[in-house]
Design a protein around this ligand. Structure first.
Ligand SMILES: Cc1cc2nc3c(=O)[nH]c(=O)nc-3n(C[C@H](O)[C@H](O)[C@H](O)COP(=O)(O)OP(=O)(O)OC[C@H]3O[C@@H](n4cnc5c(N)ncnc54)[C@H](O)[C@@H]3O)c2cc1C
Length: 400
Protein backbone atom coordinates (compact mmCIF):
# COMPACT_ATOMS: atom_id res chain seq x y z
CA UNK A 1 0.00 0.00 0.00
CA UNK A 2 1.33 3.48 -0.83
CA UNK A 3 2.25 5.77 2.04
CA UNK A 4 0.78 9.23 1.50
CA UNK A 5 2.68 12.26 2.66
CA UNK A 6 0.91 14.92 0.62
CA UNK A 7 1.36 18.52 1.66
CA UNK A 8 -0.80 21.43 0.53
CA UNK A 9 -0.72 25.19 1.15
CA UNK A 10 1.09 26.16 4.33
CA UNK A 11 1.92 22.52 4.96
CA UNK A 12 3.88 22.39 1.73
CA UNK A 13 7.24 21.73 3.29
CA UNK A 14 10.55 21.08 1.52
CA UNK A 15 10.96 17.67 -0.04
CA UNK A 16 14.21 15.80 -0.55
CA UNK A 17 16.05 12.59 0.13
CA UNK A 18 17.69 9.56 -1.39
CA UNK A 19 15.65 6.78 -3.00
CA UNK A 20 16.28 3.65 -5.02
CA UNK A 21 13.64 4.63 -7.57
CA UNK A 22 11.88 7.95 -8.25
CA UNK A 23 8.82 7.64 -10.48
CA UNK A 24 7.64 11.00 -11.84
CA UNK A 25 3.91 10.90 -12.67
CA UNK A 26 1.18 8.98 -10.84
CA UNK A 27 -1.18 8.11 -13.68
CA UNK A 28 -1.40 4.93 -15.80
CA UNK A 29 2.28 4.54 -16.70
CA UNK A 30 3.77 5.62 -13.36
CA UNK A 31 1.46 3.46 -11.24
CA UNK A 32 2.10 0.45 -13.52
CA UNK A 33 5.86 0.83 -12.95
CA UNK A 34 5.36 0.98 -9.18
CA UNK A 35 3.16 -2.13 -9.16
CA UNK A 36 6.04 -4.21 -10.47
CA UNK A 37 8.37 -3.02 -7.70
CA UNK A 38 6.05 -4.09 -4.90
CA UNK A 39 7.73 -6.36 -2.37
CA UNK A 40 11.23 -5.57 -3.63
CA UNK A 41 12.10 -3.78 -0.41
CA UNK A 42 13.32 -0.80 -2.46
CA UNK A 43 12.73 2.81 -1.42
CA UNK A 44 10.32 3.93 -4.14
CA UNK A 45 8.94 7.48 -4.33
CA UNK A 46 6.23 8.65 -6.73
CA UNK A 47 5.69 12.36 -7.25
CA UNK A 48 2.88 14.07 -9.13
CA UNK A 49 1.51 17.60 -9.26
CA UNK A 50 -1.83 16.28 -8.07
CA UNK A 51 -3.12 13.64 -5.70
CA UNK A 52 -3.38 10.13 -7.16
CA UNK A 53 -6.52 9.98 -9.32
CA UNK A 54 -7.34 13.65 -8.81
CA UNK A 55 -7.16 14.82 -12.44
CA UNK A 56 -8.80 12.59 -15.04
CA UNK A 57 -6.69 12.60 -18.18
CA UNK A 58 -8.96 10.86 -20.70
CA UNK A 59 -12.33 9.36 -21.68
CA UNK A 60 -11.09 6.26 -19.86
CA UNK A 61 -11.96 3.44 -22.25
CA UNK A 62 -9.63 0.42 -22.44
CA UNK A 63 -9.78 -3.24 -23.47
CA UNK A 64 -11.71 -5.11 -20.74
CA UNK A 65 -9.24 -7.98 -20.60
CA UNK A 66 -6.41 -5.61 -19.70
CA UNK A 67 -8.39 -4.18 -16.79
CA UNK A 68 -9.41 -7.62 -15.56
CA UNK A 69 -5.91 -9.07 -15.86
CA UNK A 70 -4.62 -6.20 -13.73
CA UNK A 71 -7.33 -6.77 -11.12
CA UNK A 72 -8.94 -3.39 -11.85
CA UNK A 73 -12.41 -4.60 -12.85
CA UNK A 74 -14.13 -2.92 -9.88
CA UNK A 75 -13.49 0.42 -11.61
CA UNK A 76 -15.40 -0.59 -14.76
CA UNK A 77 -18.58 1.35 -15.50
CA UNK A 78 -19.74 -0.12 -18.82
CA UNK A 79 -18.58 -2.80 -21.26
CA UNK A 80 -19.06 -2.74 -25.04
CA UNK A 81 -18.58 -5.37 -27.68
CA UNK A 82 -19.74 -3.20 -30.57
CA UNK A 83 -18.08 -0.12 -31.99
CA UNK A 84 -20.57 2.20 -33.70
CA UNK A 85 -19.02 4.36 -36.40
CA UNK A 86 -20.96 7.31 -37.84
CA UNK A 87 -20.41 8.86 -41.25
CA UNK A 88 -22.57 11.73 -42.53
CA UNK A 89 -24.68 9.37 -44.64
CA UNK A 90 -24.29 6.03 -42.96
CA UNK A 91 -23.69 4.29 -39.64
CA UNK A 92 -21.57 1.15 -39.25
CA UNK A 93 -21.79 -1.27 -36.33
CA UNK A 94 -18.66 -3.37 -35.93
CA UNK A 95 -18.91 -6.35 -33.59
CA UNK A 96 -15.49 -7.03 -32.12
CA UNK A 97 -14.17 -10.31 -30.79
CA UNK A 98 -12.94 -8.49 -27.69
CA UNK A 99 -14.58 -5.76 -25.66
CA UNK A 100 -13.81 -2.25 -24.46
CA UNK A 101 -14.82 -0.94 -21.05
CA UNK A 102 -15.15 2.54 -19.68
CA UNK A 103 -13.95 2.98 -16.10
CA UNK A 104 -13.79 5.44 -13.25
CA UNK A 105 -10.37 7.14 -13.31
CA UNK A 106 -10.04 7.88 -9.59
CA UNK A 107 -11.10 4.37 -8.65
CA UNK A 108 -8.76 2.73 -11.15
CA UNK A 109 -5.81 4.79 -9.93
CA UNK A 110 -6.66 3.95 -6.33
CA UNK A 111 -6.83 0.22 -7.14
CA UNK A 112 -3.59 0.27 -9.11
CA UNK A 113 -1.80 2.29 -6.42
CA UNK A 114 -2.94 -0.21 -3.80
CA UNK A 115 -0.97 -2.90 -5.66
CA UNK A 116 2.22 -0.89 -5.24
CA UNK A 117 4.48 -0.35 -2.31
CA UNK A 118 5.77 3.22 -2.36
CA UNK A 119 5.79 6.65 -0.80
CA UNK A 120 3.76 9.30 -2.59
CA UNK A 121 4.13 13.05 -2.46
CA UNK A 122 2.82 15.98 -4.46
CA UNK A 123 5.41 18.12 -6.21
CA UNK A 124 5.87 19.69 -9.61
CA UNK A 125 8.81 18.13 -11.44
CA UNK A 126 10.95 20.75 -13.18
CA UNK A 127 13.96 18.85 -14.54
CA UNK A 128 16.86 16.56 -13.85
CA UNK A 129 20.62 16.61 -13.43
CA UNK A 130 21.96 13.32 -14.73
CA UNK A 131 24.56 11.11 -13.15
CA UNK A 132 25.20 7.67 -11.73
CA UNK A 133 22.75 8.93 -9.15
CA UNK A 134 20.29 11.36 -10.82
CA UNK A 135 18.94 14.47 -9.13
CA UNK A 136 15.30 15.23 -9.93
CA UNK A 137 14.46 18.89 -9.38
CA UNK A 138 10.99 19.69 -8.06
CA UNK A 139 9.30 22.83 -6.79
CA UNK A 140 9.72 21.42 -3.28
CA UNK A 141 13.33 20.36 -3.51
CA UNK A 142 15.73 17.83 -5.01
CA UNK A 143 15.26 14.05 -5.03
CA UNK A 144 18.17 11.70 -5.64
CA UNK A 145 17.96 8.19 -7.13
CA UNK A 146 19.93 6.00 -9.55
CA UNK A 147 16.69 4.82 -11.21
CA UNK A 148 14.34 7.52 -12.50
CA UNK A 149 11.20 7.13 -14.61
CA UNK A 150 9.50 9.93 -16.57
CA UNK A 151 5.79 9.02 -16.66
CA UNK A 152 4.78 12.69 -16.76
CA UNK A 153 2.79 12.63 -19.98
CA UNK A 154 3.37 14.36 -23.31
CA UNK A 155 5.66 17.14 -22.02
CA UNK A 156 8.53 14.64 -21.50
CA UNK A 157 9.80 16.90 -18.74
CA UNK A 158 12.96 14.90 -18.03
CA UNK A 159 14.15 14.88 -21.63
CA UNK A 160 16.95 17.12 -22.85
CA UNK A 161 15.00 17.60 -26.07
CA UNK A 162 11.78 18.73 -24.40
CA UNK A 163 11.80 22.09 -26.18
CA UNK A 164 11.51 20.27 -29.51
CA UNK A 165 8.13 18.81 -28.62
CA UNK A 166 6.13 21.92 -27.83
CA UNK A 167 2.80 22.46 -29.62
CA UNK A 168 1.60 23.48 -32.11
CA UNK A 169 4.67 22.58 -34.22
CA UNK A 170 5.37 19.22 -32.57
CA UNK A 171 3.97 15.84 -33.61
CA UNK A 172 0.97 16.03 -31.32
CA UNK A 173 -2.77 15.59 -31.63
CA UNK A 174 -5.16 17.42 -29.34
CA UNK A 175 -8.30 16.19 -27.61
CA UNK A 176 -11.08 17.89 -25.68
CA UNK A 177 -14.18 16.44 -24.04
CA UNK A 178 -17.08 17.07 -21.68
CA UNK A 179 -18.54 14.61 -19.16
CA UNK A 180 -22.18 15.66 -18.64
CA UNK A 181 -24.66 13.46 -16.80
CA UNK A 182 -26.28 11.32 -19.53
CA UNK A 183 -26.49 7.66 -20.44
CA UNK A 184 -25.90 5.59 -23.55
CA UNK A 185 -25.67 1.99 -24.73
CA UNK A 186 -22.94 2.17 -27.36
CA UNK A 187 -19.34 3.19 -27.77
CA UNK A 188 -19.83 5.70 -30.59
CA UNK A 189 -17.32 7.29 -32.95
CA UNK A 190 -17.81 9.89 -35.67
CA UNK A 191 -15.68 10.18 -38.78
CA UNK A 192 -17.74 13.19 -39.76
CA UNK A 193 -16.05 16.23 -41.37
CA UNK A 194 -18.83 18.34 -39.88
CA UNK A 195 -16.98 18.10 -36.57
CA UNK A 196 -13.37 17.57 -37.65
CA UNK A 197 -11.61 16.57 -40.89
CA UNK A 198 -8.19 15.41 -39.63
CA UNK A 199 -9.51 13.52 -36.62
CA UNK A 200 -12.58 11.96 -35.08
CA UNK A 201 -15.24 12.51 -32.43
CA UNK A 202 -16.58 10.21 -29.74
CA UNK A 203 -19.28 9.59 -27.14
CA UNK A 204 -18.33 6.99 -24.51
CA UNK A 205 -21.02 6.13 -21.94
CA UNK A 206 -19.70 5.42 -18.46
CA UNK A 207 -22.63 4.66 -16.19
CA UNK A 208 -24.22 8.00 -15.44
CA UNK A 209 -22.01 10.21 -17.62
CA UNK A 210 -21.45 10.48 -21.35
CA UNK A 211 -17.83 11.32 -22.17
CA UNK A 212 -18.13 13.28 -25.38
CA UNK A 213 -15.34 14.94 -27.31
CA UNK A 214 -13.33 15.67 -30.43
CA UNK A 215 -9.73 14.84 -31.29
CA UNK A 216 -7.67 16.57 -33.96
CA UNK A 217 -4.61 14.98 -35.55
CA UNK A 218 -3.56 18.50 -36.54
CA UNK A 219 -2.34 20.44 -33.50
CA UNK A 220 -3.23 23.75 -35.17
CA UNK A 221 -6.97 22.97 -35.26
CA UNK A 222 -8.89 23.89 -32.12
CA UNK A 223 -11.54 21.45 -30.98
CA UNK A 224 -13.72 23.38 -28.53
CA UNK A 225 -16.28 24.51 -31.10
CA UNK A 226 -16.85 21.03 -32.58
CA UNK A 227 -17.07 19.55 -29.08
CA UNK A 228 -19.86 22.01 -28.25
CA UNK A 229 -21.52 21.21 -31.59
CA UNK A 230 -21.40 17.44 -30.96
CA UNK A 231 -22.79 17.84 -27.44
CA UNK A 232 -25.56 20.02 -28.84
CA UNK A 233 -26.37 17.46 -31.57
CA UNK A 234 -26.55 14.72 -28.93
CA UNK A 235 -28.85 16.85 -26.78
CA UNK A 236 -26.48 16.85 -23.81
CA UNK A 237 -25.17 19.76 -21.76
CA UNK A 238 -21.67 20.93 -20.93
CA UNK A 239 -21.90 20.46 -17.18
CA UNK A 240 -18.66 19.85 -15.36
CA UNK A 241 -16.57 21.83 -17.81
CA UNK A 242 -13.99 20.78 -20.36
CA UNK A 243 -11.09 18.41 -20.05
CA UNK A 244 -8.40 18.24 -22.69
CA UNK A 245 -4.79 17.55 -23.41
CA UNK A 246 -2.15 17.13 -26.09
CA UNK A 247 -1.57 13.60 -27.35
CA UNK A 248 1.77 12.51 -28.88
CA UNK A 249 1.16 10.61 -32.10
CA UNK A 250 4.71 9.45 -32.92
CA UNK A 251 6.74 6.95 -30.96
CA UNK A 252 9.63 8.65 -29.16
CA UNK A 253 12.85 7.21 -27.69
CA UNK A 254 11.95 5.31 -24.50
CA UNK A 255 15.30 5.91 -22.84
CA UNK A 256 17.70 8.83 -22.76
CA UNK A 257 20.76 9.64 -20.69
CA UNK A 258 19.98 7.08 -18.03
CA UNK A 259 16.25 7.88 -17.69
CA UNK A 260 13.32 5.57 -18.52
CA UNK A 261 10.26 7.05 -20.30
CA UNK A 262 6.84 5.34 -20.35
CA UNK A 263 3.37 6.30 -21.55
CA UNK A 264 2.75 9.59 -23.34
CA UNK A 265 6.24 10.85 -22.45
CA UNK A 266 7.58 8.15 -24.81
CA UNK A 267 4.85 8.69 -27.41
CA UNK A 268 3.17 5.43 -26.46
CA UNK A 269 -0.33 6.61 -27.40
CA UNK A 270 -1.37 4.74 -30.55
CA UNK A 271 -1.76 6.94 -33.65
CA UNK A 272 -5.16 6.90 -35.46
CA UNK A 273 -7.12 5.78 -32.39
CA UNK A 274 -5.34 7.88 -29.71
CA UNK A 275 -5.63 4.86 -27.43
CA UNK A 276 -2.94 5.48 -24.83
CA UNK A 277 -4.08 3.89 -21.58
CA UNK A 278 -3.42 0.27 -22.51
CA UNK A 279 -0.01 1.15 -23.92
CA UNK A 280 0.91 3.36 -20.92
CA UNK A 281 0.12 0.38 -18.67
CA UNK A 282 1.99 -2.00 -21.00
CA UNK A 283 5.20 0.00 -21.24
CA UNK A 284 4.92 0.96 -17.56
CA UNK A 285 4.86 -2.73 -16.63
CA UNK A 286 7.81 -3.34 -18.96
CA UNK A 287 9.88 -0.62 -17.25
CA UNK A 288 8.85 -1.93 -13.82
CA UNK A 289 9.96 -5.47 -14.69
CA UNK A 290 13.36 -4.24 -15.93
CA UNK A 291 13.84 -2.11 -12.81
CA UNK A 292 12.86 -5.01 -10.61
CA UNK A 293 15.72 -7.03 -12.04
CA UNK A 294 18.11 -4.17 -11.32
CA UNK A 295 16.88 -3.95 -7.72
CA UNK A 296 17.23 -7.72 -7.33
CA UNK A 297 20.83 -7.53 -8.61
CA UNK A 298 20.05 -9.52 -11.75
CA UNK A 299 21.13 -6.76 -14.17
CA UNK A 300 22.67 -3.29 -14.16
CA UNK A 301 20.83 -0.05 -14.91
CA UNK A 302 22.62 0.15 -18.25
CA UNK A 303 21.47 -3.36 -19.20
CA UNK A 304 17.91 -2.44 -18.23
CA UNK A 305 18.09 0.68 -20.41
CA UNK A 306 19.35 -1.33 -23.38
CA UNK A 307 16.67 -4.01 -22.99
CA UNK A 308 13.82 -1.51 -22.55
CA UNK A 309 15.04 0.53 -25.52
CA UNK A 310 15.03 -2.63 -27.67
CA UNK A 311 11.54 -3.56 -26.45
CA UNK A 312 10.25 -0.10 -27.35
CA UNK A 313 11.87 -0.15 -30.80
CA UNK A 314 10.28 -3.50 -31.56
CA UNK A 315 6.95 -1.68 -31.56
CA UNK A 316 8.03 1.08 -33.91
CA UNK A 317 6.75 -0.76 -36.96
CA UNK A 318 3.21 -0.94 -35.56
CA UNK A 319 3.24 2.68 -34.41
CA UNK A 320 4.54 3.86 -37.79
CA UNK A 321 1.91 1.83 -39.56
CA UNK A 322 -0.89 3.36 -37.49
CA UNK A 323 0.58 6.80 -38.14
CA UNK A 324 0.28 6.14 -41.87
CA UNK A 325 -3.37 5.14 -41.38
CA UNK A 326 -3.90 8.37 -39.44
CA UNK A 327 -2.43 10.34 -42.34
CA UNK A 328 -4.71 8.58 -44.82
CA UNK A 329 -7.79 9.19 -42.64
CA UNK A 330 -6.91 12.89 -42.47
CA UNK A 331 -6.52 12.98 -46.25
CA UNK A 332 -9.71 11.20 -47.30
CA UNK A 333 -12.15 11.94 -44.46
CA UNK A 334 -14.10 14.56 -46.40
CA UNK A 335 -14.30 12.49 -49.60
CA UNK A 336 -16.41 9.47 -50.67
CA UNK A 337 -13.18 7.44 -50.57
CA UNK A 338 -13.65 7.29 -46.79
CA UNK A 339 -17.05 5.63 -47.23
CA UNK A 340 -15.58 3.16 -49.71
CA UNK A 341 -12.78 2.33 -47.28
CA UNK A 342 -15.22 1.81 -44.41
CA UNK A 343 -17.50 -0.33 -46.60
CA UNK A 344 -14.54 -2.58 -47.42
CA UNK A 345 -13.35 -2.67 -43.81
CA UNK A 346 -16.78 -3.60 -42.48
CA UNK A 347 -16.54 -7.22 -43.53
CA UNK A 348 -16.66 -9.28 -40.30
CA UNK A 349 -13.55 -11.27 -41.24
CA UNK A 350 -11.57 -8.10 -41.81
CA UNK A 351 -12.80 -6.55 -38.55
CA UNK A 352 -11.75 -9.63 -36.60
CA UNK A 353 -8.36 -9.78 -38.32
CA UNK A 354 -7.62 -6.06 -37.94
CA UNK A 355 -8.68 -5.80 -34.31
CA UNK A 356 -6.77 -8.95 -33.35
CA UNK A 357 -3.59 -7.41 -34.76
CA UNK A 358 -4.42 -4.11 -33.14
CA UNK A 359 -4.88 -5.68 -29.69
CA UNK A 360 -1.68 -7.66 -30.11
CA UNK A 361 0.39 -4.47 -30.31
CA UNK A 362 0.05 -4.62 -26.51
CA UNK A 363 -1.65 -7.93 -25.67
CA UNK A 364 -3.60 -8.34 -22.41
CA UNK A 365 -1.51 -11.39 -21.44
CA UNK A 366 1.31 -8.93 -20.67
CA UNK A 367 -0.67 -7.81 -17.63
CA UNK A 368 -0.59 -11.26 -16.07
CA UNK A 369 1.96 -12.00 -13.35
CA UNK A 370 5.09 -13.63 -14.71
CA UNK A 371 4.81 -12.11 -18.20
CA UNK A 372 7.96 -10.45 -19.44
CA UNK A 373 9.06 -8.66 -22.58
CA UNK A 374 9.35 -11.05 -25.52
CA UNK A 375 7.55 -13.86 -23.71
CA UNK A 376 3.91 -12.76 -23.43
CA UNK A 377 1.41 -14.81 -25.39
CA UNK A 378 -0.32 -13.14 -28.35
CA UNK A 379 -4.03 -12.72 -27.94
CA UNK A 380 -6.13 -15.46 -29.56
CA UNK A 381 -9.79 -15.04 -30.28
CA UNK A 382 -11.97 -16.67 -27.60
CA UNK A 383 -15.35 -18.26 -28.31
CA UNK A 384 -17.01 -15.31 -26.55
CA UNK A 385 -15.47 -11.93 -25.69
CA UNK A 386 -15.11 -10.97 -22.08
CA UNK A 387 -18.19 -8.93 -21.11
CA UNK A 388 -18.77 -7.43 -17.70
CA UNK A 389 -21.76 -5.52 -16.52
CA UNK A 390 -21.99 -3.09 -13.63
CA UNK A 391 -25.66 -2.83 -12.62
CA UNK A 392 -26.76 0.83 -12.64
CA UNK A 393 -23.28 1.84 -13.65
CA UNK A 394 -21.78 1.08 -10.25
CA UNK A 395 -21.35 -1.83 -7.89
CA UNK A 396 -20.40 -5.42 -8.29
CA UNK A 397 -19.50 -6.67 -11.72
CA UNK A 398 -20.77 -9.88 -13.13
CA UNK A 399 -20.20 -11.78 -16.33
CA UNK A 400 -22.91 -10.65 -18.71
C1 LIG B 1 -9.57 14.07 -24.34
C2 LIG B 1 -8.78 12.79 -24.32
C3 LIG B 1 -9.45 11.57 -24.26
C4 LIG B 1 -8.72 10.37 -24.27
N1 LIG B 1 -9.41 9.19 -24.19
C5 LIG B 1 -8.73 8.02 -24.14
C6 LIG B 1 -9.44 6.79 -24.00
O1 LIG B 1 -10.67 6.75 -23.85
N2 LIG B 1 -8.71 5.64 -24.01
C7 LIG B 1 -7.34 5.64 -24.13
O2 LIG B 1 -6.74 4.56 -24.13
N3 LIG B 1 -6.65 6.80 -24.24
C8 LIG B 1 -7.31 7.99 -24.22
N4 LIG B 1 -6.61 9.17 -24.31
C9 LIG B 1 -5.13 9.13 -24.26
C10 LIG B 1 -4.69 8.88 -22.80
O3 LIG B 1 -5.32 9.82 -21.95
C11 LIG B 1 -3.17 9.02 -22.61
O4 LIG B 1 -2.49 8.34 -23.62
C12 LIG B 1 -2.80 8.46 -21.22
O5 LIG B 1 -3.40 9.23 -20.20
C13 LIG B 1 -1.29 8.42 -21.03
O6 LIG B 1 -1.01 8.00 -19.72
P1 LIG B 1 0.31 8.48 -18.97
O7 LIG B 1 0.31 7.81 -17.64
O8 LIG B 1 1.48 8.34 -19.84
O9 LIG B 1 0.15 10.06 -18.80
P2 LIG B 1 -1.01 10.94 -18.10
O10 LIG B 1 -2.24 10.13 -17.89
O11 LIG B 1 -1.06 12.19 -18.91
O12 LIG B 1 -0.35 11.25 -16.68
C14 LIG B 1 0.72 12.10 -16.48
C15 LIG B 1 0.80 12.39 -14.99
O13 LIG B 1 1.92 13.25 -14.77
C16 LIG B 1 1.53 14.35 -13.97
N5 LIG B 1 2.40 15.48 -14.35
C17 LIG B 1 2.51 16.05 -15.57
N6 LIG B 1 3.47 17.01 -15.54
C18 LIG B 1 3.95 17.02 -14.27
C19 LIG B 1 4.98 17.76 -13.62
N7 LIG B 1 5.73 18.68 -14.25
N8 LIG B 1 5.24 17.49 -12.32
C20 LIG B 1 4.52 16.55 -11.64
N9 LIG B 1 3.54 15.83 -12.21
C21 LIG B 1 3.26 16.06 -13.51
C22 LIG B 1 0.07 14.58 -14.27
O14 LIG B 1 -0.58 15.22 -13.18
C23 LIG B 1 -0.44 13.14 -14.48
O15 LIG B 1 -0.87 12.56 -13.28
C24 LIG B 1 -7.30 10.39 -24.32
C25 LIG B 1 -6.63 11.62 -24.37
C26 LIG B 1 -7.35 12.80 -24.36
C27 LIG B 1 -6.61 14.11 -24.40
Amino acid sequence: MPVRATKRGAERTPLGGEYDVVICGASFAGLAVARELSGSGARVLIVDRYEIGERQTSACAAPTEWLVNLGLEASIRQTFRDLVMHRPEKTYRWTLSWSFSTFDYAQLCELLAAQGDFTFDTAKVDGITRGTVHTVHTDRGDLRAPLVVDALGWRRVLSEQRDAIQPPEARLSRGLEVHPPATGDDLELWLDPKYIVPGYSWAFPAGDELRTGVGSFDPHIKVKEPTVQLAHDLGIGLEGGYQGNWIPHRLRPATGDGVFFAGDSAGHCLPTTAEGIRTALYFGLAVGRELRKVLDGRQTREQALVRYHAFNEEHRYAFDWLWRVQTVVSGINKYPAMDTALDLMSRPRFIRWAFRHYLNIAPPSFALDGASPWSSAPWEEPAEPLMLRAPDGVGTLAAA
